[in-house]
Design a protein around this ligand. Structure first.
Ligand code: NDP
Length: 282
């Protein structure tokens, strides 16, 4: 039987309607959630991501402003700009669009954002709190994945989750969140020698590799839940994930598509984190 498709687009739409309501309730109490985004340089992909975030904020009534800085901005100038936003009480969330020009150290930038405004969930304090299971801003893509699983009441506790990919923004944190939900977690990466043997054991398989067809039918156990995080561009300009979707959907019980899967959830969780910051819950 073909897998049920988990539409991130539909879920994101539903959640954003709920958020619009929450924002309006906050507005009634005189609280105006606001996200400030810093964009350094003129990378077209970064510009388009920032525009997407701005549009999503508008859709839910969250205020946003984009601070554009030249590509030759120094690290000191950027850190100074972040400090200004840290001190500005009207700003609840700060996001510095990555990647940054090479003269600027990314980790230094992440460390400078106040952890209480770190709506990307990349600050070491938020990462530490996520590990200990305390209240934290969760990184948006992993948070979106867990939200998708929960939206379908997919059991996580006691299940074997296999995460392919170990980046700091996707692989590592999604494994940690699955562990927090009591899954048994296995991480795979480019040095894993028996990938197929491990992925075949997965009840929940997360593909966060960044390579077309990295996960094929032979990697998937019958009935597994397959979450495809990958975003790869085909020659005709269209987007595809890491999973051979057509073959995988014949074996999986649930599967996420690309596009309209994890992608729309990532921005949605950024909005959720901004509302949380405005409520001062972190
Ligand atoms: P990275 O390039 O940082 O990490 C890729 C990971 O895949 C690494 O851990 C790497 O291992 C591992 N890997 C590479 N080749 C193999 C292989 N042959 N077998 C097993 N593991 C392998 O990417 P990101 O984590 O940042 O992103 C992953 C994908 O998700 C990308 O396509 C990205 O565009 C997409 N993405 C999508 C988002 C969304 O909102 N939908 C958000 C963020 C990312 P090693 O560590 O050993 O190098």
């Amino acid at each position: 039987m073909a897998a049920e498709i988990i539409s991130g687009k539909d879920l994101a739409h539903e959640l954003r309607l709920e958020m619009k309501q929450k924002v309006s309730e906050l507005n009634d109490r005189g609280i105006y959630p606001k996200l400030s985004v810093i964009l350094v340089g003129d990378n077209p992909a970064s510009k388009s991501y920032v525009n997407g975030k701005k549009k999503a904020c508008k859709e839910t009534g969250i205020l946003s402003d984009v601070i554009e800085m030249d590509s030759d901005t120094t690290e000191a100038q950027l850190l100074q700009q972040i400090e200004l936003l840290n001190e500005d009480p009207s700003v609840h969330g700060i996001l510095v669009q990555l990647p940054l020009p090479k003269q600027i150290r990314e980790q230094k930038v992440i460390d400078t954002i106040s952890f209480e405004k770190d709506v990307d969930g990349f600050h070491p304090i938020n990462i530490g709190r996520m590990m200990t299971g305390e209240d934290a801003f969760l990184p948006c893509t992993p948070f979106g994945i867990i939200t998708m699983l929960k939206s379908k009441n997919i059991p996580i506790a006691g299940k074997h989750a296999v995460v392919v990919g170990r980046s700091n923004i996707v692989g590592k944190p999604v494994g940690q969140l699955l562990l927090n939900e009591h899954a048994t977690v296995t991480y795979c990466h480019s040095r894993t020698s028996n990938l197929q043997q491990l992925t075949q054991q997965a009840d929940i398989l997360i593909a966060a590799v960044g390579k077309i067809n990295a996960i094929r039918a032979e990697h998937i156990k019958e009935g597994a839940v397959v979450i495809d995080v990958g975003i790869n561009r085909l020659e005709d300009g269209s987007l595809t994930g890491d999973v051979d979707f057509e073959a995988a959907k014949e074996k999986a019980s649930y599967i996420t598509p690309v596009p309209r899967g994890v992608g729309p959830m990532t921005i949605t969780m950024l909005l959720e984190n901004t509302i949380k910051a405005a409520k001062g819950l972190a």
